[in-house]
Design a protein around this ligand. Structure first.
Ligand SMILES: [Zn+2]
Length: 233
């Protein structure tokens, strides 16, 4: 479950990311009442199995069973804030009713990792980069966005407007403001790699900032939960 909002006196509308149909909204009648079984099970970021009934305008939730929930009982605020940011980012990027099984698996894996981590926010950059990759928005890590050339020992420059990394010949005159060192470029490559293919989990500070800037650039704004994550870490 990505998001919930109230509807009228007793109902809630939930935004769910589903394996089969992608993102969809479904209403739970009476979910705001204290005794509602459905409302009680639909915790933020819980993985659930649901039964839906096609209503007049919205799908109606008729049954909810919990598969996994990491957030009942005592919860670390930084882990919950980070997981909320993952959900919000997916929500902002994904169109409704478009099956995205790769993104479903990415989010489920990332939420589990964040819930188990003692430094949850450090897992954000890899998630962000893998998400951009799944959406077809990740920059090439081995070719200049302008000339297609390789990056050398000078590293690379992040060009947000062009949506990619640029080489020294094309971007060197810009100065160092958005520059990645050769180590940053190697980290960027490994950060976006699939598990087992030389992937690393943690980003260098430059890469973490660059990936965050890319997400913001593509969304046109910063997700709301981001400020809380930064405050708590
Ligand atoms: Zn170039």
């Amino acid at each position: 479950m990505l998001r919930a909002r109230v509807l009228g006196e007793a109902d809630r509308v939930y935004t769910l990311l589903t394996r089969e149909r992608g993102k969809l909204d479904a209403i739970a009648k009476g979910a705001r009442r204290a005794k509602s079984a459905i409302g009680g099970r639909l915790e933020p970021l819980a993985e659930v199995r649901v039964a839906l009934h096609r209503g007049r305008s919205l799908e109606v939730l008729t049954e909810v069973r919990t598969i996994r929930s990491y957030w009942n009982g005592l919860v670390r605020p930084d882990a919950f804030a980070t997981a909320s940011l993952l959900a919000e980012t997916v929500d902002l990027f994904c169109e409704p009713e478009l099956p995205l099984p790769e993104i479903y698996a990415l989010l489920a894996g990332a939420v589990a990792a964040v819930a188990a981590s003692t430094a949850p926010a450090t897992l954000l950059p890899r998630f962000q980069l893998r998400l951009l990759d799944a959406l077809g928005l990740a920059p090439a890590s081995d070719a200049c966005v302008r000339c297609g050339g390789d990056f050398d020992r000078h590293g690379a420059w992040l060009d947000l407007d062009a949506g990619g990394l640029g080489c020294e010949r094309c971007y060197g005159a810009r100065g160092d403001a958005h520059a990645f060192s050769a180590e940053d470029v190697a980290n960027f490559r490994a950060l976006g790699a699939e598990r087992g293919a030389g992937a690393v989990l943690l980003a260098t500070p430059k890469v973490a900032r660059g990936v965050d800037d890319l997400v913001t650039w593509h969304l046109g704004r910063r997700p709301k939960a981001r400020a809380l994550v930064h405050e708590l870490t």
